[in-house]
Design a protein around this ligand. Structure first.
Ligand SMILES: CC(C)(COP(=O)(O)OP(=O)(O)OC[C@H]1O[C@@H](n2cnc3c(N)ncnc32)[C@H](O)[C@@H]1OP(=O)(O)O)[C@@H](O)C(=O)NCCC(=O)NCCS
Length: 333
């Protein structure tokens, strides 16, 4: 496996404060190889869900070290019934019956999220074999938003020319309102801080300070105003977050353009947290950087949840899974 310096740094950082991470997809060889790498580096304590004999046989065949990794089969776990009871309590108002709760708790993604909810694990990484919706839904239903009524969103860490950037929301909220976009900006700034990045947040648009007109420009301008209001509250005022908008992406990133379009801005020209107006812009934007710009991208990482649960792309490589496990450990402070 090729390891970038960035990945190496993430793994080393995670090893300094070991957390327990559950991996529901023990049937996937990429997940098992990533677990072997993390286990060898002692970067997390791992719980792999799946058939114990199958997992052990796959590891033996490939020479992967699973010493110390716990393998749990949800179907015959002694905790299954108590997790099902917990799920029933949480979802009975939504019409879930005890029988449905038991059947649902056997699903690996639900079982993993219930482990996190019960504090048997600090975080979860899944999605190598599941769609984003199937990975994220149990987390939204069970672990829920950290702040009632606020959206859970996602971010990518992107490495371009050795610099780290946070991009959001590229994976969850399809067309956030102005308030939701402001909340996404705050959660992204906090994610940046948890990864050791000092956030300079750009609220992105096709317009800079009113140069373009349209509904979505108005939305981003309003989101910027709301977010600037948040920055004056006790919760955020001492976190060192800089935020500005609405900005075009060239004004956000390029110093020369910034001097022309937003000369007084503390963010323009040096933004490192990029907030997109909708999921089309975000998803297309990060994939262009990954495919044509050859940037490393890790994510989507969920933010605003009560515990770190992160999604993988179904095309994830082993190193992507290693990086996501390390990041999940770092989020689990
Ligand atoms: C994330 C997503 C799957 C949730 O939608 P869904 O499965 O239809 O979920 P529902 O609307 O039924 O909501 C399920 C629960 O999650 C909650 N929820 C949904 N979106 C939420 C959000 N952004 N933040 C917080 N809670 C959310 C709902 O309130 C609901 O809670 P409840 O059942 O306790 O009342 C959906 O927004 C989605 O498909 N987003 C795009 C994903 C995608 O395709 N990404 C691109 C590829 S990476």
């Amino acid at each position: 496996m090729s390891e970038s310096n960035y990945l190496q740094r993430l793994v080393d950082k995670a090893a300094k404060n070991v957390k327990t991470i559950v991996l529901p997809e023990g049937e996937d060889l990429r997940v098992l190889e990533a677990a072997h790498i993390i286990n060898q580096k002692k970067a997390a304590k791992l719980i792999v869900l799946g058939d114990e004999n199958q997992v052990k046989s796959d590891c033996e065949k490939n020479g992967w070290d699973f010493d110390g990794v716990e393998i749990v089969n949800p179907n015959n776990s002694p905790k299954l019934q108590s997790y099902a009871d917990m799920l029933f309590e949480l979802r009975k108002d939504k019409g879930m019956t005890p029988e449905q709760a038991l059947a649902t708790a056997k699903d690996a993604n639900y079982f993993g999220v219930l482990m996190v909810k019960n504090k048997d694990a600090d975080g979860m990484v899944s999605g190598a074999n599941h769609s984003t919706a199937d990975t994220v839904r149990p987390a939204l239903q069970i672990v829920k938003s950290k702040k009632k009524g606020k959206v859970v969103s996602s971010c990518f860490i992107l490495i371009a020319d050795g610099e780290e950037y946070i991009l959001s929301d590229c994976a969850i909220n399809i067309n956030p309102t102005d308030v939701e976009m402001a909340d996404i900006a705050m959660d992204s700034a906090e994610s940046a801080i948890s990864f050791g990045i000092k956030p300079r947040v750009a609220m992105l648009s096709y317009s800079t300070y009113g140069s373009g007109k349209g509904e979505s420009v108005d939305k981003v301008a309003s989101a910027t105003k709301i977010a600037k209001g948040y920055l004056e509250t006790d919760e955020y005022k001492d976190l060192g977050i800089e935020l500005d908008g609405e900005l075009q992406v060239d004004a956000a990133l390029d110093d020369v353009v910034a001097k022309k379009k937003a000369p007084a801005s503390k963010v323009a020209g040096k933004a490192n947290v990029l907030i997109f107006p909708n999921i089309d812009a975000g998803n297309i934007g990060y994939k262009l950087l990954q495919r044509l710009g050859h940037c490393e991208a890790y994510g989507p990482m969920l933010q605003g949840l009560n515990a770190p649960i992160n999604d993988l792309s179904r095309g994830a490589l082993v190193e992507d899974i290693v990086g996501t496990i390390a990041i999940t450990s770092l989020q689990a402070k």
